[in-house]
Ligand binder design. Structure first.
Ligand SMILES: *Cc1c(COP(=O)(O)O)cnc(C)c1O
Length: 296
């Protein structure tokens, strides 16, 4: 159960970096798989292995109507021979992501927002009688997911001064921090929460840390909340995509890269700094936001 996961690292050329003698590189985890996007594959890998070890053939998981995790689970299930069920938060809707989940064979159960909060109860209510059902938390959040994410660090051969990653639950960030700590790397890690006022993100990340480490949380780039955007973010994304040929989305990677460009403009980095940003995938998130882009 594997993909050639060693995703390439690519330099991003932009005057804002060369002028200050700093350099930005992008770890292209979006290239791991077109549907099982970046960090979602790293997060699922050991969960799927665990399911298989326990002879569970039915993955049951949870997500919003535009969830990259639902799509990744549907695609991973179809690829590796698991049946999949997704509890979708909220009233029944149709969209591009859910269309692809269905194509990949995922059974969708739309769930009232109140009931959705009690995931274990939902799982038991529907699947207590199914001995092959395997519970996967929303976004894959788990220690096994953090373990999968820590492996990203083994694929980095050069040293970087800074490493940036977008955060939703913080599991990916924790995994990468564990990987950096295991190798004793001097890299400063920056978590970029994609939610507003995410001061609590530090504690969420610390839940999955194997030992205490220092890291930064860049809380200024939530843009009003999860899946919320502002014109300057959308403009930045349009310019970045047209200048590089790399798709980024307004929910995760757009905010993370906006943070790096903004900090560079504010002369946050020392001359000579080498920065690595993780492209955690999720480019189909663009489809959920296409109307907000207006006239491109
Ligand atoms: C889910 C997701 C994240 C957030 O990962 P967490 O482990 O929940 O912090 C970041 N980027 C993309 C593209 C995602 O789909």
């Amino acid at each position: 159960m594997d993909f050639p996961i060693n995703s390439p690292i690519q330099k991003i050329e932009d005057a804002v970096f060369t002028n200050q003698k700093i350099a930005l590189y992008l770890k292209r985890d979006d290239l791991i798989h077109p549907l099982i996007s970046g960090n979602k594959w790293r997060k699922l890998k050991y969960l799927l292995e665990d399911a298989r070890l326990r002879h569970k053939t039915h993955l049951v998981t949870f997500g919003g109507a535009f969830s990259n995790h639902l799509l990744a689970t549907a695609a991973a299930g179809a690829t590796f021979g698991f049946r999949t069920t997704g509890f979708v938060r909220g009233e029944e809707v149709q969209n591009d992501i859910l269309f692809m989940c269905s194509l990949l064979g995922m059974q969708l159960i739309f769930t009232d927002r109140k009931l959705y909060q009690h995931k274990q109860e939902l799982f038991l209510k529907h699947f207590a009688a199914d001995p092959e059902a395997y519970f996967v938390d929303e976004g894959g959040a788990s220690a096994l997911a953090a373990l999968g994410c820590s492996e990203l660090v083994n694929e980095i051969s050069e040293e970087y001064d800074h490493l940036f990653c977008a955060c939703g639950t913080g599991t990916t960030a924790a995994g990468i921090l564990n990987g950096l700590a295991a190798k004793n790397l001097p890299t400063t890690f920056h978590a970029v929460p994609v939610l507003k006022n995410a001061d609590w993100m530090r504690q969420e990340i610390e839940k999955y840390l194997l030992k205490e480490v220092l890291f930064e949380v860049q809380t200024a780039y939530g843009f009003g909340g999860y899946a919320k955007t502002r014109p300057e973010l959308l403009d930045f994304i349009k310019r970045f995509i047209a200048a590089t040929g790399i798709l980024i989305d307004p929910v995760y990677t757009g905010k993370m890269l906006f943070a790096i460009y903004d900090l560079a403009q504010k002369k946050y980095f020392l001359p000579g700094a080498k920065i690595l940003a993780v492209h955690t995938g999720g480019t189909f998130g663009l489809l959920g936001m296409k109307n907000q882009f207006g006239q491109v």
